[in-house]
Design a protein around this ligand. Structure first.
Ligand code: ATP
Ligand code: MG
Length: 499
């Protein structure tokens, strides 16, 4: 590819507003065949908006789009697909009540409607193997998949199409290193085949591995593209957030106190062996593992929503009735799920009401909400989690993905839990806001709340926690103070040296 190669995709002068909010102003993007362009920017900067415009999900107020030099109207998803564009959206578009195979067949030209289940399953197995889901039964209902599996399924769906422009909107936000490597190699292969790739991410390391050009978005405007060779992570961060970041992670615990939470001999469905786990006051415990490691099942068991056959859980030395009616929020145990759409937030109601939902009773009397108290307390949660306080009445469903995540985490703060269990605390959150979430979690822990974080991001687990435990296929494989791990060693442990 040289300077004379014509552009495959050119978007010029793209603008889009929602009432008073300018999501995009005069955005320019141009890319050539075989090129990977990374789109970066803070939460709400406009990345998904341009992706949705190119995919025909929303129509811009202004601007033109050309493909191979010809102006096109991408006003519907069909028009966009017909123009050779395939998109992995940030929010999943699979249908939960259909099977994996049926989802793969949806909207795919190669799968005629008369194919029976056997034929569909055969076709599905081949596509699934390309994203490393070899073990997944194509008959599984999508609603029973983990977030990571759903993400890989979304990618598989797009690979099943033969598109000349492929767009990925945060495809790795919910994935661990091994799955990320697979996605990155898929992207590299697509580019090597001469396809043009747009790749949105908050994981900046990925950018330097796969991108040729970087376009940084800030407040709905795009910077001109920059060759990746001229950038460093620090430069990118400063351009994204408009200042230098400083330390991403807060200091570790100054000292640990009594045991807040202890689980002994828990037999949990889906896990091998028994779970024994101890958490001290002032300690942040980090759990990590790749797809199928079992960390989700452990947190759900502790939260009282899991399937526990035997064992005990003690809070401050007092046993609780495991799986009983009062196990959970009633005991002060808050669980923040990685699936924010399914059990984190309510898209159709305001930021304020989402934040207040776990503790609305506390500010109500005889069924009437004390609006001032609700507003005050919600505003203070918002401040702590970098949520825009001028938009407290906005519907959460209209927020960008990362901003929805901040609401999902922030809402559990207000119940003043004794134990906070958070999975993927910063899924899709930009680096600036991540630092604020980490600082909040550390402050909660310092103030005596038991904090357990589970994350597929080994860097995050290592940077945030005092103690790190690794899991592989349903069993713990190692547990050490965070300062006794190195990152490469942790990555190897998580993959369990399977090579
Ligand atoms: N339907 C809508 N109504 C009002 N505002 C909207 C709507 N859709 C998007 N927005 C706003 O447009 C802006 C850009 O959002 P967008 O989703 O493009 O951000 P993003 O860069 O993808 O962020 P993230 O990294 O969090 O995914 C945000 O302020 C968002 O709240
Ligand atoms: Mg987005």
């Amino acid at each position: 590819m040289d300077a004379t190669t014509p552009y495959r995709l050119e978007a010029t002068g793209i603008s889009k507003s929602y009432g008073a909010i300018s999501a995009l102003t005069d955005v320019e993007i141009a890319l050539k065949p075989g090129e990977v362009m990374a789109l970066l920017g803070e939460n709400g900067a406009g990345k998904s908006t341009i992706v949705k415009i190119i995919s025909g999900l929303i129509v811009p107020d202004q601007g033109t789009i050309k493909i191979d030099g010809e102006e096109v109207q991408l006003h519907t998803v069909n028009a966009s697909q017909a123009a050779g564009i395939a998109v992995v959206q940030q929010e999943f578009s699979t249908v939960g009540t259909l099977s994996v195979a049926e989802n793969l067949a949806l909207g795919q030209r190669g799968a005629p409607w008369w194919w029976g289940p056997r034929k569909l399953n055969q076709a599905a197995t081949g596509i699934l193997a390309r994203v490393g889901l070899d073990d997944l039964d194509p008959n599984t209902l999508v609603e029973n998949l983990s977030v990571a599996e759903m993400q890989l399924l979304e990618i598989a769906r797009v690979l099943a199409r033969d598109a000349k422009i492929v767009i990925f909107d945060e495809p790795t936000a919910a994935l661990s290193d091994r799955e990320i490597e697979r996605v990155l190699s898929v992207v590299k292969r697509l580019a090597a085949e001469g396809r043009s790739i747009i790749y949105v991410t908050h994981r900046l390391g990925e950018v330097f591995e796969i991108a040729d050009q970087v376009v940084i978005f800030r407040n709905g405007r795009s910077h001109p593209p920059q060759p990746v060779g001229e950038l460093t992570v620090d430069k990118v961060v400063t351009m994204m957030i408009g200042r230098e970041l400083g330390d991403l992670y807060p200091d570790r615990s100054a000292g640990m106190g009594d045991v807040v939470l202890e689980a002994k001999g828990l037999k949990v469905a889906g896990l091998r062996g028994e779970v024994d786990l101890q958490l001290r006051r002032g300690e942040i415990l980090g759990l990590t593992g790749q797809l199928g490691s079992g960390t989700t099942d452990i947190l759900k068991a502790i939260a009282g929503t899991g399937d526990v056959a035997a064992g005990t859980i003690e809070l401050d030395g007092t046993p609780i009735e495991v799986g009983g009616r009062r196990h959970g929020i009633a005991m002060g145990i808050a669980y923040c799920s990685p699936d924010r759409k399914k059990d984190g937030i309510f898209g159709g109601i305001s930021i304020r009401r989402n934040l207040s939902s776990p503790w609305l009773k506390r500010v109500s009397n005889l069924g009437f909400v004390n609006a001032k108290k609700e507003a005050d307390e919600a505003a203070s949660s918002a401040a702590q989690f970098a949520i825009d306080r001028s938009r407290m009445q906005a519907l959460v469903g209209n927020l960008s993905g990362g901003n929805q995540q901040k609401v999902a985490v922030g809402k559990w703060l207000g119940i003043r839990p004794r134990v906070l269990l958070v999975e993927e605390p910063t899924r899709g959150v930009d680096v600036g806001a991540r630092a604020e979430i980490y600082a909040q979690l550390r402050q909660l822990s310092d103030s005596g709340v038991g904090v357990i974080v589970s994350s597929s991001d080994t860097n995050e687990v290592l940077g945030l926690s005092d103690t790190v435990a690794t899991y592989y296929r349903g069993a713990q494989t190692a547990k050490k103070p965070a300062n006794q791990w190195t990152e490469p060693e942790l990555v190897r442990e998580v993959m369990h040296r399977e090579e």
